[in-house]
Design a protein around this ligand. Structure first.
Ligand code: GLY
Length: 461
């Protein structure tokens, strides 16, 4: 945990954003994997972590905005628990670490919430995303589970977004440590990417680096020679010369700060001419986006800059044609770059996403597009100092999408379909860094991870 004062200050800042009522936070519970006693690894809810820092299951917290009182609710372990789990800190000791004075067993939470509802006091809560929490919340509030989302408190959601989006130095230091461990995961993966190796050997090794140095991976490892599938979790292919290996992986620590890095390397360690050509287009888009990221610039503008770079590069390779800017405006690049440029990163790998993508990433000024490609951009609004974002352009040759567009002769004024056909066996390339938006630009977090053609070929030798 951070020092107690950190959590006290965070709650003070939250109180300042809301006018009255209670704020209810339900911590996460253990979730069964295949039978009740065999659970997934416990992962605390990120809002609970942010405001209270406590990393045990079955806790709840209330901030009473009118009475200026904070509560932690939970049950102390009994002898049966001690036999199986060992001695655990008491609820009172845990609350003290979070700077909270009032504690009670979980039945007390029921009483407090029921009495608040009876007195028509506002109970603010964030939208739940786990089945167990949905049931618990529904039971506590007497709201049918299907109606919980629409009853979540928008003022609370907006306040949490405002506070959590801007990372302070202690948070940035934690994220940066995770980027450095991701660096070791990626450089190890690069060195292992030789013909004959099976993907899962690399996936397991790099996941082991995370587990042995910090906590779990921050999302299931994406690692495939079929990188044209954006989130490919199948790890059964044998690496063969001529394929590119996409590795998209990061880790999180015991405070739950995350990293999320992607590198793509040629199996065997040497780029052929075709691979180098496409790789450098993605790299230019990544570098141009990083150069453009600064406070006040809408992220959508940076996404479009990367899209234009991709259109320019693919035009240079004869895969696209015509004016690259016009091509990007018409969305012709989305045949190759169908996803968004990046997303916020922090306590969640897609930070805050559970609160609602549009509330996090869009506002009155920048509204979410419904167009294919741009609609997948999770965040479009202006950047601010302190935001941590991923920058992750890519180029993919998705045979099924190519067939669909070609059959429709879609945007044929910008696409050389005959040339595209020859890339259907290419796979995909993505290059992703984690950046911190600074006062006048941005900084790529962590120690540099090999990224240029020369750096990658060198480390893979
Ligand atoms: N890096 C995985 C994701 O952004 O979803």
């Amino acid at each position: 945990m951070f020092p107690t004062i950190v959590y006290g200050n965070r709650r003070k800042n939250l109180r300042a954003e809301l006018s009255g009522g209670l704020i209810l936070f339900l911590g996460n519970q253990e979730v069964p994997f295949n039978y009740p006693a065999n659970t997934y690894s416990f992962r605390q809810d990120s809002n609970f972590s942010y405001f209270f820092g406590l990393d045990h299951p079955d806790l709840a917290a209330v901030i009473d905005l009118d009475e200026q009182k904070d509560y932690i609710f939970g049950n102390d372990v009994d002898m049966d628990d001690i036999i199986w789990m060992g001695v655990q800190p008491t609820i009172q000791d845990q609350a003290a670490m979070a700077g909270v004075q009032h504690t009670a067993p979980l039945t007390g939470l029921n009483d407090l919430i029921k009495s608040a509802i009876a007195r028509e006091r506002k109970v603010h809560f964030a939208p739940p995303y786990r089945g167990e929490t949905i049931l618990w919340l529904s039971d506590l509030l007497g709201i049918p589970h299907l109606n919980l989302k629409e009853n979540a408190s928008e003022p609370l959601i907006r306040a949490i977004i405002k506070l959590r989006m801007k990372k302070d130095p202690i948070e940035i230091a934690e994220i940066e440590k995770m980027v450095d461990i991701a660096r070791e995961m990626h450089t190890t993966g690069m060195k292992m990417a030789k013909p004959g190796v099976v993907e899962r050997q690399i996936a397991g090794t790099i996941e082991g680096i995370a587990l042995s140095q910090c906590g779990p991976v921050s999302f299931p490892v994406i690692l495939s020679i079929n990188g044209q599938t954006l989130h490919n979790h199948y790890h059964g292919n044998t690496l063969v010369e001529g394929r590119m290996l996409v590795i998209d992986a990061g880790c999180e620590n015991d405070l739950h700060y995350c990293s999320d890095i992607t590198r793509t390397v040629p199996v065997g360690g040497k780029f052929n001419a075709r691979q180098k050509g496409i790789y450098e287009v993605v790299l230019n888009a990544n570098l141009a986006a990083i150069k453009a990221a600064k406070p006040g610039v809408p992220f959508r503008e940076i996404h479009m800059l990367a899209a234009t770079e991709i259109a320019k590069g693919l035009t240079g390779l004869g895969i696209m044609k015509g004016d690259p800017e016009a091509a990007a405006l018409k969305g012709a690049h989305t045949l190759f770059f169908p996803h968004g440029l990046g997303h916020p990163l922090g306590l969640d790998v897609h930070d805050l996403e559970g609160l609602g993508e549009n509330l996090i990433g869009y506002d009155e000024e920048v509204q979410r597009s419904k167009e294919f490609g741009l609609a997948f951009l999770r965040f479009g609004r202006k950047l601010q100092e302190g935001f941590v974002m991923t920058i992750e352009p890519g180029i993919y040759f998705i045979p099924e999408l190519i067939d669909l567009w070609k059959a429709e002769n879609k945007l044929a004024e910008f696409i050389n379909y005959n040339v595209v056909e020859t890339y259907k066996d290419f796979g995909g390339i993505r290059i992703e860094d984690d950046i911190l938006v600074t006062a006048d630009g941005c900084r790529v977090l962590g120690k540099p991870i090999p990224k240029t053609v020369g750096e990658i070929e060198q480390i893979m030798q």
